[in-house]
Ligand binder design. Structure first.
Ligand code: HSE
Length: 426
């Protein structure tokens, strides 16, 4: 590159400041022409920079014809969506870390980008510092992807790991994580599985080159996981993880979802603890590959963002039609997702029952009449009031049948409570 490519940076929060510092310290081929930031305190950290590059008006970046790449790092839908659309219409390439925006509005944004011959790159949107978007689009493009399983949210993985190590409750660990600044003050998007759902929807869209409607992605978070389940899972040789899952690889009927799972201890993903993320991809002919690393954080995420900016900068300095392989060509096709009720899974089911003869038999009968093959049924411990805790493990069964069986268990007077149902990874 002879001439430096000029970029505009929108937002210098955690990720934005990481991007700014990475470029200032390590990259000599880019010029940051303007930075839009509304918070004077954030600008105040960079008093050594010429203050003329800062503005509180993002439109200045969009209307600056020198800026070729618009880097959006404010997150959320508004105002990011409107600003990115205007930037695309002004023929700027886009780099973003915004998983919510790509998951919810990818279709319209990719179509608009194609119309304007610009590229949208979003490596940092999934797995923070882990390269996963580029490998899926390029290095693994020869494969038919048959399955993916990812730990895609560091905060929930941290909480589950702590619960396992300390035997503490979800609420206790969450409170501690918030105090230490590991979890957001409003942890809903992480705890309820929204964040992981955005990410697995993005990965699935790339694997199948189709739009994946985020509203059709089934999701459960980790709020219902108790230390009791984690302890029992351990006894059976499993760890509980929040998993983003893509299964079957049937092009017309893709199974995409997020929920906690019992992961066998011998599966490579079960060793991914704390805030780390990992994605296992199964494909033909590659077989199984795993990507792991820091899924969030200032500099790991900046690594992905700056990598995208540099790839784009190089391309636009040599061609008028940059990065054909990095363009998303599936925007015109919608994936048909399998409803959770039609999926087949192994299950862990925990119930509290009256401690009386015949309970195990009745549970077995309910499962049998709903075509559920049990692989184990164990009475765990007595509860102070004389009830018994029972765990059932099943072979592969249809979700619809399992939900019907749970309904029947719920109506049985000997079953006091259905405490939990967690799907089991094979
Ligand atoms: N809040 C996310 C996590 C990081 O905990 O992994 C940003 O997606």
């Amino acid at each position: 590159m002879d001439k430096k490519i000029q970029i505009g940076l929108l937002g210098i929060g955690t990720v934005g400041s990481g991007v700014l510092e990475t470029i200032l310290n390590h990259v000599s081929t880019l010029e940051i022409k303007k930075i839009a930031e509304k918070d004077p305190a954030k600008i105040g950290q960079y008093l050594h920079l010429p203050q003329g590059i800062f503005t509180d008006n993002a439109e200045e970046l969009i209307n600056d014809t020198d800026i070729k790449i618009f880097v959006e790092l404010i997150g959320g839908i508004n105002p990011a969506l409107g600003l990115i659309k205007k930037a695309i219409q002004n023929k700027k390439h886009i780099v973003t870390a915004n998983k919510e925006l790509i998951a919810k509005h990818g279709k319209e944004l990719f179509e608009l980008a194609e119309k304007n011959n610009v590229v949208i790159l979003y490596e940092a949107a999934v797995g923070g510092g882990i390269p996963i978007i580029m490998p899926l689009k390029q290095s693994l493009s020869a494969n038919k992807i048959t399955g993916m399983a990812g730990i895609l949210n560091g905060t929930t993985n941290y909480i589950l790991t702590k619960m396992e190590q300390e035997g503490s409750s979800f609420e206790e660990v969450l409170k501690e994580a918030q105090k230490r600044g590991y979890a957001e003050a409003d942890p809903t998007a992480d705890m309820q599985g929204y964040d992981a759902a955005y990410k697995i929807a993005i990965l699935a869209s790339l694997a199948f080159n189709k739009n994946v409607d985020i509203n059709s992605v089934y999701k459960e978070g980790i709020v219902g996981i108790s230390p009791v389940d984690i302890g029992y899972a351990k006894e059976f040789g499993y760890k509980i993880k929040l998993i983003g899952l893509v299964q079957n690889g049937e092009i017309e009927n893709i199974d995409v979802r997020v929920h906690p799972m019992l992961v066998p201890e011998e599966h490579p993903i079960s060793g991914i603890d704390g805030v780390l993320n990992a994605i296992v991809i199964e494909g033909e002919p590659v077989s199984r590959v795993m990507f792991s690393g820091p899924g969030a954080g200032k500099f790991p995420t900046a690594s992905s963002v700056v990598g995208d900016i540099l790839s784009l900068a190089h391309e636009i300095s040599v061609t008028d039609y940059p990065m054909p392989m990095m363009r998303f060509s599936g925007a015109g096709k919608d994936a048909v997702l399998k409803d959770i009720s039609e999926t087949n899974n192994k299950y862990y089911i925990r119930v509290t029952a009256v401690n009386t003869p015949g309970v195990m038999g009745e549970l077995g009968t309910i499962c049998g009449r709903n075509s559920i093959n049990l692989s184990g049924i164990v009475q765990k411990e007595m509860i102070e009031d004389g009830s018994a805790m029972i765990v059932l493990l099943t072979e592969l069964a249809r979700e619809k049948d399992v939900q019907k069986a749970l309904g029947e268990m719920g109506e049985n007077p000997k079953i006091k409570e259905i405490n939990n149902l967690i799907r089991v990874m094979e």
